[in-house]
Design a protein around this ligand. Structure first.
Ligand code: G3P
Length: 227
């Protein structure tokens, strides 16, 4: 499963990307607004970090802002795509949005269809030729439904019909979400940094390390400081 970081914060991306296991970044208008920075300038900075540290097939999702018409989405999508071949144009899952996705995809521009909350919506995204679809796990959970179950349904349907559209789990809120997505064979999970950091952690690892260290210290002490 590919791991993306879900953020607009360049500093966070720099820190995580240095691990060299980061496959991409997703942004959205809310995340970029939080940074208070210029959108395109921020995109370019993120792109150069990923280019330095990530695998050659990294992607960077940039969401269209004016979603009022097919033309406005296509115009913005083309402009983002010109920045780099690594850009995924993020388009909301609406009727207008999917029409634009169909046309952009025919031009070879890869789209990430976002704000997906049902298997039926995911079916339409795949039919539109989306490169990936982003079901929002956490927000489905927030409404009292089961976000992981949604991923399971989409995965089953895509496998059944052999759709090439990838499943990008978004609105990931916990290591449990990441675990479940990986068990289901989800293609990509986009994760906030707070959750990404937790993936490294297990108390048994810390306890094991402490024990190795103390055993080694006693051993070298017994040797009178000689190793
Ligand atoms: O990738 C979509 C994500 O940013 C939404 O997450 O936590 O706001 O539901 P959240």
């Amino acid at each position: 499963m590919k791991l993306y970081l879900d953020t607009g914060m360049v500093e966070e991306i720099q820190t995580v990307a240095q691990s060299r296991i980061l496959d991409g970044v997703t942004t959205n208008p809310s995340l970029i607004a939080k940074t208070g920075r210029d959108f395109i300038e921020t995109l370019r900075e993120i792109h150069s970090i990923l280019k330095e540290y990530s695998p050659k097939d990294f992607t960077l999702s940039a969401e269209v802002i004016d979603t009022s018409s097919v033309d406005s989405i296509i115009k913005e999508g083309r402009a983002y795509a010109k920045i780099s071949k690594h850009i995924l144009v993020k388009v909301p899952l609406t009727k207008v949005g999917l029409e634009a996705v169909t046309l952009l995809s025919r031009e070879g521009i890869r789209c990430n269809v976002t704000l997906c909350f049902s298997a039926n919506q995911a079916l339409l995204a795949a039919k539109s030729g989306a490169w990936c679809v982003s079901p929002f796990l956490g927000r489905v959970d927030d409404e009292g439904y089961d976000g992981v179950e949604l991923i399971r349904e989409i995965k089953k349907m895509y496998d059944h019909y052999g759709f090439e559209t990838k499943i990008l789990a978004a609105s990931v809120r916990s290591p449990h979400h990441v675990h479940e997505c990986a068990q289901l064979g989800c293609d990509i999970a986009t994760i906030p940094k707070s959750v990404f950091d937790k993936l490294y952690y297990n108390p048994l690892t810390d306890m094991g390390l402490e024990k190795f260290q103390s055993d080694w210290n006693s051993y070298t002490k017994d040797l009178g400081g000689k190793k």
